[in-house]
Design a protein around this ligand. Structure first.
Ligand SMILES: [Fe+2]
Length: 266
């Protein structure tokens, strides 16, 4: 379950039923103190694993990793002994300018080589296992020479990284760009999938927006079942809910549903 500010009091309440593990947006907790730190320390004491999920590492850019950001991240990973940490297959900075979006990388041989170099440097710098996540995107470059699934498989082959597989993102991309999600799953190297994201989206009619602001749709649950059938094992699954965040119990229920659905398939 994601650790969100509006649920801090629920996490701290003595009679709360806690999830198996939590994922935190690293940037919201890195230079921590006060209540966020109190909640993290509480979960640590309860032996609830804490997974760090960031948006600022920018694995698709050539920017240096020698930044204050990396120092904060390293400290966070070490303080909370995160079993793994993740960020997105995107770029969110260039020439040290930070954007507020996760922008899609080019899928070419040249870009592949640069990303493999960057991920290898990340693996060397941070001692914690690293996973990258497939993103939803709203534009496709005509310069791309590879399908996304081939590109991801190649990164997995050439690095020691893992994949955080976002099933809602491939559904959103399917609706917006016509990428067949079942074919994608059939072709994906699933051996290195360490975590799954599910989320709600908004179907505007002409385009689907990856809002993380609603329940997971039936179509995405069906795709999750399809994926678990292929995996033949349970995978740590998180419901991403970042806008119009519901009550703690509603989110916990949705999270437990993921576990039930996976077990029913297996
Ligand atoms: Fe995600």
């Amino acid at each position: 379950m994601g650790l969100r500010r509006s649920h801090f009091d629920d996490f701290l309440a003595p009679d709360t039923s806690l999830p198996d593990w939590v994922e935190v947006i690293s940037e919201n907790f890195m230079d921590y103190g006060g209540k966020p730190q109190r909640v993290l320390e509480h979960l640590k004491k309860k032996n609830i694993p804490i997974i760090s999920h960031g948006v600022g590492l920018s694995i698709g850019s050539l920017d240096s990793l020698e930044t204050d950001y990396s120092k904060y991240l390293e400290r966070f990973l070490s303080d909370y002994k995160c079993p793994w940490f993740s960020d997105h297959l995107c770029f969110s900075s260039t020439n040290t300018h930070q954007f507020h979006d996760l922008l899609p990388v080019l899928r070419t041989e040249e870009s592949l080589a640069e990303i493999v170099t960057k991920i290898t440097a990340i693996e060397k710098k941070f001692k914690t296992p690293f996973a990258f996540e497939n993103i939803s995107f709203y534009g496709e470059s005509s310069l791309n020479t590879m399908d996304e699934v081939d590109f991801i498989n190649k990164i997995l082959d050439q690095t020691n990284s893992y994949l955080l597989f976002d099933i809602n993102n491939i559904f959103v991309n399917y609706k917006n760009h016509g990428i067949d999600p079942q074919k994608y799953i059939d072709q994906l190297n699933t051996d290195k999938v360490i975590q799954i994201h599910l989320a709600g989206h908004w179907d505007r009619g002409d385009i689907i927006i990856d809002t993380h602001g609603d329940h997971v749709t039936d179509e995405v649950w069906e795709l999750y079942k399809y994926f678990i059938k292929k995996m033949k094992r349970e995978v740590s699954t998180l419901i991403e809910w970042d806008n119009d965040i519901p009550d703690y119990e509603v989110l916990l229920f949705e999270t437990l549903k993921a576990k039930e659905v996976a077990r029913s398939v297996l």
